[in-house]
Design a protein around this ligand. Structure first.
Ligand SMILES: *Cc1c(COP(=O)(O)O)cnc(C)c1O
Length: 464
């Protein structure tokens, strides 16, 4: 481009103020909008070619929408994956949300003992109710299961006893960036691998124990399974080895279902903290927002003396939960404990309710949805789905599910999926077998109307 040309095009770059006026009201705070307009204009300047004013506005509006989409907001989960890590894992129950609202808006007795008027213990009630739920002597809570594991590893290893014994078959990766060997290293512990990937025996553990051993750790293979020539010693045998050698024995359960998940059709058994502790493990840790169906948290349960000393670690203070999490978890645990009179039914928590929802109900909803879309340029039908638990849990469980299948007449499937994703509310589905599918198992019945609206909206975007 000649020098003269460039000056001309630079002169035609619209002023920030003029663009701001033309854009008008947006749903974003003004400094964010100003910042973005400046950035886009300077990008155009750098590119050296300035489009006409309307195109400039269109480009900036698209960029604003993109920023707006990055804000955390509710989405409709049509993936059929119940504990979807990218979609916020477990949704919380109305009762939990009600409690959260009042605790957030008002003062509370977080560290105040109402009976004596003195300073009180943080989360005392929750710790006791968690212990009862887990069949443990004691329990406590930190930010997430990863934090719980770091705390346990740091506490039970030291310069003289830096080693953690762990089976090679349990050196797992869970989700993005969570690898057991890395967590160990970050905790300052030294990994002592035991056995082989597929087979580890009690003898292997016995041979690995030395004066440098600080802890025996078991990790639940939450997100995969091994079949064939595999073996591992029973937990009871490892527990008695730990006891003979006077070593602490902990297990990272990951998901931590406290109900019998195998009572739900299609779902396999997930080890519970109750049964694991009964087998002789000293401490277990598990997540609050996977199968438990509560807020993000890491629950540690087991021997009272160990829980007490973990809480005395200076590091514990850096991992503690805030009042909102504690309130949400307290209500979740109460929901379980209130349930114990009717053992056969599941507690009223969204994850468990959705997991156990009968097909027939999903099918009725799908049929109603299909009927409500008749006037749109889309072929809608009821399809088959495979609900999954997700969140790195119960990898073998597949729950038969029902989907709303859509084939838009004049729109590519990926384009249709994108429009639903960026619509309001955002709807997340998947493409399979040349159709766009929404699995209704993870769509709340109360969201069906919003789904119809969003699909309608996707075709209206088309007109613009
Ligand atoms: C999910 C999982 C974790 C991590 O839990 P967060 O609560 O996400 O920190 C740790 N260990 C196992 C076995 C898991 O499945």
């Amino acid at each position: 481009m000649s020098k003269r040309n460039r000056t001309q095009s630079l002169r035609s770059i619209p002023a920030v103020e003029k663009v701001l006026q033309s854009i008008g009201v947006t749903d974003l705070p003004r400094p964010i909008v100003v910042n973005l307009v400046r950035r886009e204009l300077s990008a155009m300047r750098a590119e050296g070619s300035i489009p006409d004013f309307d195109s400039v506005l269109a480009r900036i509006r698209t960029a604003l929408r993109r920023v707006s989409l990055t804000r955390i907001q509710p989405v409709i989960n049509g993936t059929g994956i119940l504990v979807h890590t990218n979609l916020g894992r477990s949704p919380m129950s109305a009762e939990v949300v009600g409690k959260l609202t009042s605790i957030a808006a008002e003062y509370n007795n977080l560290e105040f003992d109402l009976a004596s008027g003195e300073r009180g213990g943080r989360a005392q009630y929750l710790e006791e109710s968690l212990a009862i739920l887990c069949g443990a002597e004691a329990a406590t809570v930190v930010n997430n299961c990863a934090a719980a594991l770091v705390l346990v590893l740091r506490h039970f290893t030291c310069a003289e006893r830096p080693e953690v014994l762990i089976s090679r078959g349990e050196l797992v990766q869970i989700g993005g960036g969570f690898r057991i060997p890395d967590i160990l290293e970050a905790s300052g512990a030294r990994l002592r691998e035991v056995g082989t990937t597929n087979k580890t025996s009690l003898k292997d553990y016995e041979k690995a124990v030395s004066p440098a051993t600080g802890l025996i750790l078991k990790v639940h293979r939450s997100n995969f399974f091994m079949e064939g020539f595999v073996d591992a010693p029973p937990t009871e045998a490892l527990a008695s080895l730990a006891q003979r050698k006077d070593l602490p024995f902990a297990e990272d359960l990951g998901s931590g279902a406290v109900v019998k998940t195998e009572t739900i059709p299609g779902v396999e058994h997930e080890p519970t903290p109750q049964e694991t502790l009964r087998r002789g493990v000293d401490l277990v840790c598990f997540s609050g927002d996977k199968l438990l169906g509560g807020p993000q948290a890491g629950i540690i349960a087991g021997k009272a003396a160990m829980v007490r000393s973990l809480k005395q670690e200076p590091f514990f203070r850096a991992l503690r939960c805030d009042k909102l999490i504690l309130a949400a978890l307290q209500t979740t645990v109460d929901t379980y404990l209130d349930q114990t009179h009717g053992k056969e039914s599941l507690p009223q928590l969204p994850v468990l309710e959705m997991m156990a929802m009968p097909d027939s109900q999903l099918r009725e909803r799908a049929e109603r949805l299909v009927a409500s879309l008749r006037d749109l340029p889309v072929r809608a039908s009821v399809g088959e789905g495979k609900g999954q638990i997700g969140g790195g849990t119960l990898p073998r469980s597949v729950i038969a599910s029902v989907t709303l299948d859509l084939i838009p007449e004049s729109l590519a499937l990926q384009e249709f999926a994108e429009r639903l994703r960026i619509g309001s509310p955002p709807v997340i589905g998947f493409v399979s077998g040349k159709r766009f599918k929404l699995d209704l198992r993870t769509v709340f019945p109360g969201q069906d109307r919003a789904v119809t609206g969003a699909i309608r909206g996707a075709f209206e975007q088309h007109k613009h």
